[in-house]
Design a protein around this ligand. Structure first.
Ligand code: AMP
Ligand code: ZN
Length: 134
């Protein structure tokens, strides 16, 4: 994708603060970090989102996230780690090239990643279950 900024970053055409690189992935520091060390895993081959990502690449992403997560914990002494992956504008995706956020968490970092739990009931849950599995 010639006009995709993450394709250009992943290929090295646009410089980035790279933490790791191999044939298929580049891991960079996010320019608008939620916390210290917020990183993004970018596949080098363009896929707009999770749904376009080849299965093999999808499987490799989580293995790489584990490896990078261990490194972030060791080097930055973070207390925890959020993996965040947005698909679609309504879900917060702003760059249409698959990326996995790795957000190191520190006690008292003031960040909030989550949602407001809503009420439901067993009937509603059952209806949803049937809708998805039926
Ligand atoms: P999302 O909202 O999930 O699409 O996340 C896009 C992320 O990319 C945001 O956290 C941005 O701060 C980050 N970002 C956008 N442009 C760049 C860039 N040129 N280099 C590094 N990170 C970027
Ligand atoms: Zn791309």
């Amino acid at each position: 994708m010639s006009d995709c900024i993450f394709c250009k970053i992943a290929s090295g055409e646009i410089p980035s603060k790279t933490l790791y690189e191999d044939e298929k992935f580049r891991v960079i520091l996010d320019l608008g970090p939620a916390t210290r060390g917020h990183a993004l895993i970018l596949p080098k081959t363009h896929a707009a989102d999770l749904f376009e990502l080849p299965d093999e690449t999808a499987a490799e992403v989580l293995v790489l996230a584990k490896k990078m997560g261990i490194t972030l914990k060791e080097k930055l002494k973070c207390d925890g780690l959020n993996l965040v992956q947005n698909n679609g504008a309504v879900a917060g995706q702003t760059v249409n090239h698959f990326h996995l956020h790795m957000i190191p968490r520190y006690q008292g970092d003031g960040q909030k990643i989550g949602w407001t739990p809503k009420k439901t009931d067993p009937e509603e849950l059952e209806a949803i279950q049937k809708e998805i599995t039926g």
